[in-house]
Design a protein around this ligand. Structure first.
Ligand SMILES: [Zn+2]
Length: 192
């Protein structure tokens, strides 16, 4: 899918809307180019574009070398927006989202740096482990997920949730797992 005119040049237009006019943009053009090239080479941006195509999203150049995909229709993951490489996908429209949640672009852009830092696809298992840890610690998918915390919980639309004692949470998770595997065994026994 083409990334025609991907706009490092349009950085200031959207940065003013997304970050507020007084926020200085310190990221250099060189590092944005490095991120764009890196996320192409590590295959995360191609994966994001493939997902956009599968989800019949409309991709257009965004600010700072990002690609904005509107109207994603696959239904997974269930989120107002998510990022794969340099591709920021939403089931809605980015213009509408940023009108009501101007910090969301910055949050999703932080994820694009995380894809680069993870060298691409290893982001997925790493994110999964951190998500599981967050659920274990707090019962919440994001509150103690280091990827979401680093990207900014509030900007991502998440809330801070206090940690809970670890031992009872582990026991509960284990017993849920045992119950589920017991049910599977019973189900298999009932099969002809
Ligand atoms: Zn996020």
């Amino acid at each position: 899918m083409p990334s025609r005119g991907v706009g490092i040049a349009s950085a200031h237009w959207d940065a003013r809307r997304a970050y507020g006019t007084r926020v200085a943009i310190r990221t250099s053009t060189g590092s944005l180019r490095l991120r764009s090239a890196g996320n192409w080479l590590n295959l995360s941006t191609p994966l994001g574009l493939a997902l956009a195509r599968l989800g019949r999203a409309e991709v257009r150049p965004g600010p700072r070398g990002l690609l904005l995909a509107d109207g994603y229709r696959l239904g997974f993951p269930v989120a107002a927006a998510f990022t794969v490489g340099n591709v920021l996908l939403t089931p809605g429209r980015w213009d509408d989202l940023l009108r009501t949640r101007p910090g969301l672009l910055k949050h999703e852009e932080a994820h694009s740096w995380q894809w680069l830092a993870c060298a691409g696809l290893p982001f997925l298992p790493a994110y999964g482990v951190c998500l599981a840890w967050s659920v274990l610690r707090s019962g919440d998918l994001a509150a103690h997920n280091v990827f979401e915390r680093q990207a900014g919980l509030v900007q991502g639309g998440y809330r801070a949730v206090p940690v809970r004692p670890l031992a009872p949470a582990v026991r509960a998770a284990l017993s849920r797992g045992l119950t589920a595997s017991g049910r599977q065994r019973q189900f298999r026994r009932r099969q002809p």
